[in-house]
Design a protein around this ligand. Structure first.
Ligand SMILES: [Zn+2]
Length: 340
């Protein structure tokens, strides 16, 4: 079987102070977990997560086009090629879970991952255009804004020199993603979290609750997962200008259809999949899940196609909506989490 190849630059191992590949492999394992959980009819806790993130129940049959990025790269596709939200989700995660392999040959790699804070990129005379002379890539952007973010992915648009993979793309994880100086003890991956004692065990215990952003903001797994979702095989979007661009607020601001085309939505979906397998060390079974109080809202499994303030959108999707803690990304430990 033809494999998709990823290459990890030495700057990544240096940054992580060890083996960066374990983060990439954690991402792929999360995609596999998504596929297994989402296709299990008995996994009602994860079906709720799906409903809240993708703004529709799993059973919805409405077809949607691919992402804007996909259309920009491949041209418009016909109605026949539209898929339901669930099909979009499975397309991405079945592939990401099983079709990739690490290579040490940069030139052959489809995806090349760097943690050099974008140092390879050189500004051209046109100050908004940058080139990566190592990978023969070009991009247009606001440099200050790019490195302020956690990471960015560039898909090749220029002709490949001989020996270079024409389908290449680069992922840059920026220093901003690693800066947890205020929280030096926080986990950077879900497997680190699962082995942690304090302070996370204190926060993630039976009596206390926390929000998904408390975790997501610190996890390099989330950043790598998000960036992979932009690569040339998936081409998922970032939220449009003017809407929250990252974090749980960005996830909740996506409507039905658009949510399945959004990189950050998939990254948070993956975190919830992984959390369902994590439990405090003193617990024999169970895992963390999205607050079940979501189900107490009238019409909790409705589709979300309009925003609050639009034509009759409901407050249940509004992240600021006070009493509904599930919408704020509350996670809770459940002894009886489904499909654990
Ligand atoms: Zn992005």
């Amino acid at each position: 079987m033809l494999r998709k190849l990823y290459f990890i630059d030495s700057s990544c191992d240096e940054k992580v102070g060890g083996n960066f590949d374990r983060i990439v492999r954690e991402c792929m394992r999360l995609s596999d977990l998504i596929c297994r959980k989402i296709t299990n009819p008995n996994d009602t806790d994860f079906a709720r997560v799906y409903n809240v993130i993708f703004k529709t129940p799993k059973t919805d049959k409405q077809p949607f086009p691919h992402s804007n990025f996909y259309i920009q790269q491949n041209g418009p596709h016909c109605r026949r090629e539209r898929m339901t939200s669930l099909q979009h989700v499975l397309r991405v995660h079945l592939d990401f879970a099983h079709k990739w392999e690490r290579t040490y040959c940069r030139e052959r790699a489809d995806v090349r991952i760097y943690c050099d804070n974008g140092r390879r990129w050189k500004m051209t005379r046109k100050k908004t255009t940058f080139v990566d002379p190592v990978n023969h890539m070009m991009m247009v952007g606001d440099w200050a804004a790019l490195v302020r973010g956690h990471g960015f992915t560039v898909v090749s648009t220029t002709k490949a020199p001989k020996g270079e993979n024409p389908n290449r793309c680069t992922i840059d994880i920026c220093d901003a993603a690693w800066d947890n100086s205020a929280f030096p003890d926080y986990p950077r991956t879900l497997s680190e979290l699962s082995q942690m004692t304090l302070p996370w065990r204190k926060i993630l215990n039976l009596s206390k609750l926390c929000n998904i952003d408390d975790l997501g903001n610190h996890l390099i797994t989330r950043v790598v997962f998000h960036e992979f979702m932009h690569c040339s095989y998936y081409l998922l979007d970032d939220p449009p200008e003017g809407r929250p661009s990252a974090g749980w607020a960005a996830v909740m601001a996506q409507k039905k259809g658009k949510a399945a085309a959004t990189a950050e939505s998939h990254a948070y979906f993956a975190l919830f999949a992984g959390l369902s397998e994590i439990r405090p060390t003193n617990q024999p079974c169970g895992g963390y899940g999205m607050g079940r109080r979501w189900d107490r809202i009238r019409g909790s499994t409705d589709h979300y196609v309009s925003f609050p303030g639009d034509d009759g959108g409901t407050k249940k999707w509004d992240i600021k909506h006070g009493w509904n803690k599930a919408v704020r990304g509350e996670i809770s430990f459940y002894h009886d989490i489904t499909n654990a």
